[in-house]
Design a protein around this ligand. Structure first.
Ligand code: G6P
Length: 368
């Protein structure tokens, strides 16, 4: 029962633990063992996805971070240019939309005022099709879009979004593969990524099993006022989402930076009072990330690193490393989100905040 916390102390924790199940449910009927079933995205999908030359993503809050991850996927796998913008900015500026644009709105509720306003405005300007990634059937966004991929997260009660985000990412990756097929992605590459996606629910369960260690880590944040989250590539939006979670529920100021920008400003702030959280899967960028970590360490900053076992990040004085299971580079953003959710959750519990209903925030912002 979604309105029941069951054995969990908070809805947020329950929803974090539901992720293996709801990610799987979001894949159900949309992928085989090795292929994406494009027809599952709607009878018009094949026709509408043909000749898409540009993707414009619009969203707010956590859903915006899902869109930022998707941009890395869409440009890498489909080779289609993709722009991402928060709805409240997009709707109030003069924008140019090309006619062969796929307009993609991401929203858990499907009722966020800014996102709906952006879609309605863009319709007037004209585009090829509107795709919605949404968690609430029958919502305004769903009704007003040409194509819909419903996330199967089930009702999300905690104001801080968790399972809605990871199911949005799952839906976005399925969409990306469908679009990529129209743009020459090799069949074996599609199979490789679909297989990696099938491993995600199990990998998320493996992360959940690290809960006690993450809870231990959270103690270091309790008396801090500021923190920095670093990531590179598609892990940069994961760092943004991690920082947003910490802000929302623990009220600790958290800022996310692409790791390469560290030297252009935030490094000036780093000292022993500013914990630095880093997500570091073992991709091409990890060596660069390691030198960023050294920069932080040299300034007395305390580091909390979530890294792939094989990334070779060593635990030492001031560097706390949480070893994560090996994951495919493409699916890594989904898996690496989960330890950051748990970290924020435990910091908030230690601080005694109202985890499920943080002050000043609403689950869905339906008025401006
Ligand atoms: C509010 C919620 C966030 C959510 C955002 C966008 O700020 O507190 O958790 O990410 O709205 O909501 P949506 O329903 O459009 O995804």
């Amino acid at each position: 029962d979604s309105a029941d916390k069951g054995e969990y102390r908070h809805f947020m924790l329950k929803e974090i633990y539901e992720q293996p199940k709801v990610i799987k449910a979001t894949m159900e009927g949309r992928v085989t063992g090795s292929r994406v079933l494009e027809q599952a995205l709607g009878t018009e999908a094949a026709n509408l996805l043909d000749n898409v030359r540009h993707v414009q993503i619009i969203a707010c809050g956590t859903s915006y971070h899902a869109g930022m991850v998707a941009r890395y996927w869409i440009e890498e796998l489909a080779g289609v240019p993709c722009s991402v913008e928060v709805a409240s900015e997009f709707r109030y500026r003069k924008h140019v939309i090309q006619p062969d644009t796929l307009f993609l709105c991401i929203s858990q509720s499907g009722e966020t005022a800014d996102t709906l306003a952006a879609l309605r405005q863009a319709k007037k300007a004209g585009f090829r099709a509107a795709l919605a990634i949404c968690n609430v059937p029958g919502s305004s966004l769903v009704r007003e879009s040409d194509l819909v991929i419903m996330t199967q997260a089930g009702p999300e009660i905690g104001v801080a979004s968790t399972k809605a985000f990871t199911t949005q990412l799952t839906a976005l990756l399925i969409f990306t593969l469908a679009l990529a097929r129209h743009n020459g992605l090799a069949e074996d590459k599609e199979a490789e990524i679909v297989k990696a996606l099938h491993l995600v629910p199990g990998q998320v369960s493996d992360i959940l099993a690290l809960n006690a260690g993450i809870e231990e880590m959270s103690k270091a944040f309790m008396d801090k006022f500021h923190s920095l989250f670093l990531g590179r590539g598609s892990q940069f939006p994961v760092a943004m989402e991690g920082a947003l979670k910490l802000k929302e529920i623990s009220y600790i100021h958290a800022e996310a930076y692409p790791a390469g920008e560290l030297k252009h400003g935030p490094l000036a702030l780093v000292d022993s009072e500013m914990p630095v959280v880093t997500v570091a899967p073992n991709n091409d960028l990890v060596e660069k990330l390691k030198s960023n970590l050294e920069e932080v360490r040299a300034r007395g900053g305390e580091l909390f690193v979530f890294a792939d076992k094989s990334a070779g990040v060593q635990e030492e004085e001031g560097i706390h490393v949480m070893q994560l299971p090996e994951v495919h580079e493409i699916t890594a953003p989904i898996v690496y989100t989960v330890p950051l959710q748990l970290l924020s959750y435990h910091v908030a519990v230690l601080k005694g905040t109202d985890v499920d209903q943080p002050r000043n925030l609403a689950k869905s912002v339906t008025v401006e």
